[in-house]
Design a binder for this molecule. Structure first.
Ligand code: ZN
Length: 151
């Protein structure tokens, strides 16, 4: 018997849309210095940068892993989303960040697809990036960060 399968490709009007790669995975940590030591051993490479993002109340540390990065985040205030995340869920994977070509375009595209965009105006994140977040409720429980290199 001949079995044929039909691949249905949904037409998309978003020809400009481009999600390029996993830019980084964000990991919430209780103590940044301790976590840097752990990840330096794990990845056998040095942390190449630490950076504070005052607006988010976080201190970050970055590791390059191939074309992607690991971002360690420690909350520096009680109100920091990272401090709250850790007190609720403990340490662990906090978000996945996708590199996009045009963040404004992606925000509009994802809104029209029904995703809940937490900040419709991109804000300045760590590592010279414009960033926007999608609420986990619209992406299967995963906090998604869109990021575009700021030129
Ligand atoms: Zn991030």
């Amino acid at each position: 018997m001949l079995i044929t399968s039909i691949l249905i490709i949904r037409p998309r009007n978003f020809s400009k849309a481009k999600v390029n790669k996993i830019e980084h995975i964000g990991i919430a940590v209780a103590n940044l210095q301790d976590a840097i030591s752990v990840y330096e051993k794990l990845l056998n490479t040095s942390c190449y940068k630490t950076e504070a993002v005052e607006s988010e109340g976080v201190q970050t540390a970055f590791f390059q892993v191939g074309e992607s990065k690991i971002e360690l985040l420690q909350g520096t205030t009680e109100e920091s989303p990272i401090t709250k995340f850790i007190s609720k869920k403990g340490q662990g994977i906090h978000h996945i960040a996708f590199d996009v070509t045009d963040i404004h375009f992606e925000i509009e595209r994802l809104k029209s697809e029904g995703f809940v965009v937490l900040n419709e105006v991109p804000k300045m994140g760590a590592d010279n990036k414009l960033v926007a977040f999608l609420h986990p409720s619209s992406s299967n429980g995963v906090l998604v960060e869109l990021c575009q290199e700021k030129s």
